[in-house]
Write a protein that binds this ligand. Structure first.
Ligand code: ADP
Ligand code: MG
Length: 885
């Protein structure tokens, strides 16, 4: 193996035929992809298709049915035996396809949630799925990222990585770019290499990919690979348990049917076959699979709305959310910062222009100021030097590459006429990056004359205690109390206008001064304050309102100034009159209990650090809330993990937060959370719909048989008919219910309790009452047409069979509403219409196509028969449609 750590950058470039400036060409990348394969660790083997197929028949009752069929075949009932076998086979195929579909959409999920990497290809930086990386790619990583492949670091800005996954050592390792000449270094000592799967805890850097996929150090430690087993969601678990109980009930009732039938003189083997068919039909063995399909179809709908679910169980929990704690910047606002105001040497300067257009001027009291106004050019230059963003041109428009807050400062400087050439005279010697904890950023720069100085910018109240001097017209002065008050007043004035404020300060250094953070960030000299606007996203106000109607509280969380936060909250109508705003200091002083007692009245948390988020989540949870919490930075991960629904940002989010989250917002937009919750509620309602449909159908099937036996009648349905009903009416219509549109009032209901059982809100009653009536009308249809002579038996069975099928197909529309069938437009769900039409067509085929008549024990029906069938089969649905019970 190549010892990459021994090579310097140039040697590495040469070896991999790439330059750090341009990266690979897309052609090169394509070729290498073929050569090296995708950059991921091979996951454990999947279930083979055959196994999934065979699994469909492992069900005990299906095996009994097959055995019974075999016996029937041996006794000479070939037609029945073959038909039953055939139906069982078809059923198996359907189960197989459902499971495949579920599996496939889960795979797709994984792909979507897969990590991305920032890569240099053809000279431009792009975001690509990490799996597409190849050796030679130039990648950029920053705090919170997972290293996407093994890389040789070629530049590092205070980059540290945590490699415990690899070495067990949890202390971060500082990374640098210099070649290391030692002959044999273990991975943990190769400090100019960063390894796939490890975590950037600080700073940022670039590197050349030297190994991908299974060739990485991580890939070699095969034991580290975790099996990605599918964990059943709470609902799936509940249904699996319920399934067991239902099996027992179904077995008991079919046993009863058999016993009563035999008692009344039916031949044992006939009763046995009928009973087992009934059991197979009545046991909702397909329910968990349909639930999975419904969940994953819902997930696909969510993806279209830009919400990517990482854990299937989140789909269920989403519907229960009662509080959304959302970041302000970028989630509720556009994250398109524009400097609108500047406070500098006592003057209040206004800046014109919108967005990232470099088009605007500087005014005091509506009078444009000239180029050499005070030290404004210095202040703007400092803002550009203490900066982590860059301006790029894309399709003739300026865009900001990096933090929009920093971007705004560059735009402001360019508006004032500061040319990029000016900055080239300064060299950055040290950088302490911005983070939400410190709320400030510092750089040490050196000018052409080797004169060094610090530039620090950050939240004004955080900088204030670190200020001793002030930059005045004629040089450095001491910062007096009067100056402090003036600065504070300026900051408040800006914050009340919803402006985000950033103060900037400097300090000259001697060549020999230490560059420790606590030493350079003190006794600073105040230069000015920027006020920048970040307009709310347009859709957010309406989304907050919809959430309120849905019984979901929205809470804004931000690191910004209290007044800025309040002003934006008011714009969004998020803060009611009696609502409270808490700031980070107040939060720190409170215990979780104290917070818990107040939290229902709090709508905005300002000047918070990521640590506070955890406290907020806990306080809400202690009040019994189901909490959704957003986050992007590495420090947000604990709160996201602790919340019921962790939400991360697809664009600005770090890998760590994405991994901790169960939902990723591809557009970072608050409104997407609302859409996801709506979809989550809808999916759950749809699942209720088909559970109701399937179970009431089964109740009907069992009861018609049981009643007939109790009344000493012949079997109203023969085994093949029972199995046919199970196959046709259970399959398609149930699936179509899973695709149903929500009822109008889903977002006007209170959130569902996560403890709610499957049969809550009257579902059990609905299943039993509808099932009972379906059974009764089918029996009535049979009794009216059966004249106690064997000749009419086939005729009566055909009528009963048709009545049962039609009753179920009409009832399926009833299941679409929690209240009444008349509340909904029956033509709304095209899939359902198609499913029902297909089922009716298949019913006609087995009744009217002569070759199938002996197989399904059917006969021609006349128009008057259909009148009876329709009248009876519509009865349950119409009746309950009126009673609304
Ligand atoms: P949020 O993400 O909720 O807006 P942040 O933690 O990003 O909160 O910002 C908190 C404060 O830190 C801001 O109000 C601003 O004063 C300051 N700040 C934000 N970004 C930067 C930056 N890039 N450099 C210096 N200070 C910043
Ligand atoms: Mg921020």
């Amino acid at each position: 193996m190549e010892k990459w750590y021994q090579l310097d950058t140039e040697q590495t470039e040469k070896k991999l035929h790439v330059t750090v400036q341009k990266g690979l060409s897309s052609n090169q990348a394509k070729q290498r992809q073929k050569q090296f394969g995708p950059n991921h660790l091979k996951s454990s083997d999947k279930q083979s298709r055959w196994l999934i197929f065979l699994k469909q028949f492992q069900d005990f009752m299906v095996l009994v049915l097959l055995a019974a069929t075999l016996i029937a075949g041996m006794l000479g009932e070939y037609v029945d035996a073959i038909t039953i076998m055939f139906i069982v086979l078809v059923n198996g195929f359907i189960g197989y396809f459902q499971e495949q579909k579920a599996e496939k959409s889960l795979e797709k999920l994984k792909e979507l949630a897969a990590p991305t990497a920032t890569v240099l290809r053809d000279g431009t930086w792009e975001k690509l799925p990490s799996s597409e990386l190849v050796p030679g790619d130039i990648v950029r990583v920053k705090t919170g990222d997972r290293i996407p492949a093994d890389i040789r670091v070629v530049s590092s800005k205070g980059m540290e990585t945590e490699e415990s996954a690899l070495t067990g050592e949890s202390l971060p390792v500082m990374k640098h770019a210099t070649a290391m000449k030692k002959p044999d270094l273990e991975a943990q000592d190769q400090t100019n290499m960063a390894f796939k799967g490890t975590l950037v805890t600080r700073g940022w850097g670039t590197g050349i990919v030297v190994a991908t996929g299974m060739n990485t150090v991580m890939g070699q430690i095969a034991s580290l690979m975790s099996n990605t087993k599918k964990i059943p969601t709470p609902l799936e678990r509940k249904l699996a348990e319920l399934g067991k109980i239902l099996i027992i009930i179904a077995l008991f009732l079919t046993g009863l049917v058999i016993a009563v039938g035999v008692y009344h003189g039916h031949p044992l083997y006939e009763m046995f076959l009928a009973g087992v068919s009934l059991a197979v039909a009545a046991i909702p063995e397909g329910l968990p699979a349909i639930v999975t399909v419904a969940l994953s179809l819902g997930v696909q709908r969510m993806i279209r709305k830009k919400a990517v679910v990482r854990k299937l169980s989140a789909v269920e929990t989403l519907g229960c959310a009662s509080v959304i704690c959302s970041d302000k910047t970028g989630t509720m606002t556009q994250n398109q910062m524009t400097v609108k105001e500047i406070y500098h040497q006592g003057a209040q300067i206004e800046v014109s222009g919108e967005g990232y257009q470099i088009d605007g001027n500087f005014y005091i009291n509506d009078k444009q100021i000239d180029d050499n106004f005070a030290d404004l050019n210095k202040m703007l230059l400092y803002g550009v030097l203490c900066n982590n963003a860059a301006l790029k041109v894309k399709k003739g428009q300026y865009i900001v590459d990096g933090d929009p807050t920093d971007g705004a400062l560059i735009i402001a400087a360019r508006k004032f006429g500061l040319k990029p050439e000016m900055e080239r005279n300064y060299r950055i010697i040290k950088e302490i990056p911005f983070d939400s904890e410190r709320k400030r950023m510092s750089v040490v720069v050196e000018d052409e004359n080797k004169q060094r100085f610090v530039i620090t910018k950050g939240a004004p109240d955080i900088l204030m205690p670190r200020l001793t001097y002030i930059l005045e017209k004629n040089g450095r002065g001491v910062l007096k109390e009067r100056d402090r008050q003036a600065i504070e007043a300026a900051v408040e004035r800006m914050a009340e206008k919803a402006l985000r404020t950033i103060a900037i300060a400097i300090k000259p250094l001697k060549q020999t001064d230490t560059l420790e953070a606590h030493m350079i960030e003190k006794d600073l000299q105040f230069v000015g304050v920027y006020g920048m606007i970040d307009p709310p996203r347009k859709e957010v106000k309406a989304a907050i309102q919809e959430c309120r109607q849905a019984g979901i509280k929205t809470v804004m969380i931000t690191g910004d100034h209290v007044k800025t936060a309040r002003a934006i909250a008011e714009k969004l109508e998020l803060l009611p009159k009696e609502g409270l705003v808490l700031d980070g200091q107040q939060l720190s002083a409170m215990s979780v209990e104290e917070l818990r007692n107040e939290i229902e009245n709090v709508y905005v948390f300002a000047r918070v650090t990521p640590q506070h988020k955890l406290k907020i989540v806990q306080a809400f949870q202690e009040r019994g809330h189901v909490v959704a919490m957003t986050g992007d930075g590495i420090n947000d991960a604990p709160a996201i993990k602790a919340s019921d629904i962790g939400i991360s940002m697809g664009i600005t989010g770090t890998d760590v937060t994405k991994e901790a989250s169960s939902l990723v917002l591809m557009d970072d937009n608050f409104a997407t959370i609302k859409a996801a919750i709506q979809e989550g509620r809808n999916i759950y309602e749809n699942i209720r719909k088909f559970i109701r449909y399937l179970l009431s159908s089964n109740v009907g099937e069992i009861l018609v048989m049981l009643f007939a036996m109790l009344l000493s009648l012949p079997l109203p349905l023969v085994p093949v008919q029972i199995l046919w009903v199970n196959l046709v009416t259970d399959g398609l219509p149930a699936m179509a219910l899973g695709l149903d549109k929500p009822e109008e009032d889903v977002m006007r209901r209170k959130p569902r309790s996560p403890k709610e059982g499957v049969f809550a809100r009257g579902l059990a009653y609905k299943i039993l009452s509808r099932g009972l009536l379906i059974g009764v009308v089918t029996l009535v249809a049979f009794m009216v047409t059966y004249h106690h002579d064997p000749d009419s038996l086939t005729y009566a069975r055909t009528v009963a069979f048709s009545t049962l099928v039609m009753a179920q197909l009409i009832h399926v529309f009833d299941c679409r509403s929690e209240i009444s069938i008349f509340n909904r437009n029956p033509f709304e769900n095209v899939y359902l219409l198609l499913a029902v039409l297909t089922s009716v067509l298949m019913l006609f085929v087995v009744i009217y196509w002569p070759p199938l008549q002996p197989i399904f024990h059917t006969t021609f029906l006349a128009a008057k028969d259909w009148m009876l069938i329709l009248a009876l089969s519509a009865l349950p649905t119409v009746l309950f449609g009126y009673t609304k019970k």
